[in-house]
Design a protein around this ligand. Structure first.
Ligand code: SF4
Length: 296
């Protein structure tokens, strides 16, 4: 069996069939990210991907399922090729329920709207975008390669083309000194986009990454647990006028906060309140030791 799987997928795609159209990330320069360092970015030949789809059909049979397409920025490939892959996928698996992929905001912000519409019509349903933060200085510091304006443009274009949109935000990224700005400016960008899903993860330093080296040089002061809880509270307080689902669906997060804006906003804040109160009572014991990943 020669089937090739993407090495990473979002938690919400844990039970999805995984299909790889590229290897790696065409950007691969975000300071905090250690995900695709082992790959040079490559586009896989369409014939090879179709052979994987045939192999998957032999393995799964035709059954209702979701499909996640990797790796980090699938819309960067030729739209004609992506459309051909999507059509073949749907022809082989007519009972597919949802097809999703990661996409970079910069790629999508620069993409012609008709190309996005063609992908949507060919059966790509949802795009997962890494916003990380709406703070321009912080985006520059992490070398995200996109500004808040790119983030808003990309998010709106994705929605206008008819996709479901998941935006990923990194709690703790602002550090001890920047959490307030990170929360406020991220909320402003998310309010301007109104994505279908806001999904939060909490900053974990990865040894060997430029971000870890910046931390060692003292350029990033990790937040305390209280800073991160206050940051999440402020973020939720500032999110306004949107209909997004909020998912704290990652093992790195401190508190399982879930809900739909705007109706569950109070309930989400009430989930955080007792935890914040408890941590505040023990404030003198808090440190700002970072979380450091032991495996990747
Ligand atoms: S765009 Fe995503 S996968 Fe690529 S380097 Fe940045 S965080 Fe990592």
């Amino acid at each position: 069996m020669t089937y090739e799987m993407p090495p990473f997928r979002p938690p919400s795609e844990a039970y999805s069939m995984l299909l790889r159209v590229t290897r790696g990330c065409p950007w691969n320069r975000c300071k905090f990210c250690g995900m695709y360092k082992m790959f040079h970015f490559e586009t896989r030949p369409v014939a090879e991907i179709k052979a994987d789809i045939d192999e998957a059909l032999r393995f799964y049979g035709d059954q209702p399922m979701n499909v996640f397409i990797g790796d980090a920025d699938s819309p960067v490939i030729k739209t004609d090729d992506f459309v051909e892959i999507l059509r073949y996928l749907h022809s082989q698996f007519p009972r597919i329920q949802r097809v999703t992929s990661y996409g970079r905001a910069k790629t999508l912000a620069l993409m012609a709207p008709d190309k996005l519409e063609r992908l949507r019509k060919a059966g790509l349903d949802r795009l997962h975008l890494g916003l990380e933060t709406g703070d321009a200085k912080l985006l520059e510091f992490i070398n995200k390669g996109a500004t808040p304006e790119h983030m808003i443009k990309a998010g709106r274009k994705v929605k206008e083309a008819g996709f479901e949109l998941s935006e990923y935000l990194m709690l703790g990224l602002g550090g001890a000194d920047g959490w307030e700005s990170h929360a406020r400016k991220s909320a402003a960008v998310l309010n301007a986009i109104d994505p279908d899903f806001i999904r939060v993860r909490t900053m974990t330093l990865i040894p060997g990454t430029p971000f870890y080296e910046a931390y060692e040089r003292g350029e990033y002061k990790p937040p305390t647990i209280l800073d991160m809880l206050m940051e999440e509270k402020l973020l939720i307080e500032c999110l306004d006028g949107i209909g997004s689902e909020f998912h704290s669906d990652h093992v790195s997060n401190l508190v399982p906060v879930f809900g739909k804006f705007m109706q569950d906003k109070t309930e989400m804040l009430e989930t955080l309140a007792p935890v914040i109160e408890r941590v505040e009572q023990n404030k003198d014991k808090l440190t700002n030791e970072p979380r450091i990943a032991t495996v990747m």
